[in-house]
Design a protein around this ligand. Sequence first.
Ligand SMILES: Nc1ncnc2c1ncn2[C@@H]1O[C@H](COP(=O)(O)OP(=O)(O)OP(=O)(O)O)[C@@H](O)[C@H]1O
Length: 263
Amino acid sequence: MQSTPAAALDQPVISLRGATASLGSRPVLRGVDLTVRRGEVVALLGANGSGKSTAVRSVVGQVPLSSGELSLFGTDLKQFRAWSRIGYVPQRTTAASGVPATVREVVSSGRLARTRFGLLRKADRAAVERALALVDMESHADVSVNALSGGQHQRVLIARALAVEPELLIMDEPMAGVDLANQEVLANALREQVKAGSTVLLVLHELGPLEPLISRAVVLRDGCVVHDGPPPKAVGQHALPGHDHVHPHAAHDAEPLRTGLLS
Ligand SMILES: Nc1ncnc2c1ncn2[C@@H]1O[C@H](COP(=O)(O)OP(=O)(O)OP(=O)(O)O)[C@@H](O)[C@H]1O
């Protein structure tokens, strides 16, 4: 990870203020405020279509805001160039690009943002090996990505994002379609990253094995933030799939907090 001047440590890593964005003619973000501070692990939750992916895609500059403000590491998006400080794992993709490539080659491609002229030096190669080890894929390093299972693809994509040694890791539904054994490997990899001081923003459908790592949850509904605080605990009947969540701190007569977390 790069060293950061002390003054910059106080700046939020992500500051999104009053963000609005549309896809086609559809308003998808309708005034979203999202702050992620250094060392936090923030889960972005909400029902299908509530705007979670759009929010993180706007954070990484893939969806332009129609209005509002976004700064990364204290720098306005328009001036921000330090993309190698951010590792991004998009939603539902595979590590295979159609071009024959090994696991190590795909993970190495994640390191290119840190290199000059695309040349991997010793430290770069070491970072690639560390990333492979974090997701427990060293033994598959020379295997073609075309021969991997869905869960292994996800591990390779996460290793590709980790190879850049990001200060901020953004992952969009990293556990989607991943079996339990692979989920455990990913949860361990994330735990190591958090221990090393990374800041993390995760889009999640349910907290699952990542729950112990989450410091704060932001819940979206119809493109608006409806909760920003402690992660909701799915308990009893509400832990069953299909149930809306009731927040444990809500007043007795309060409306249930419908996160869509488990729907
Ligand atoms: N290219 C597009 N053009 C128009 N509408 C879109 C486009 N992509 C997504 N949408 C719509 O924008 C809304 C928000 O989508 P988004 O993917 O951000 O939601 P999400 O909360 O991440 O959902 P999911 O949990 O299903 O991934 C959805 O209603 C979706 O149908």
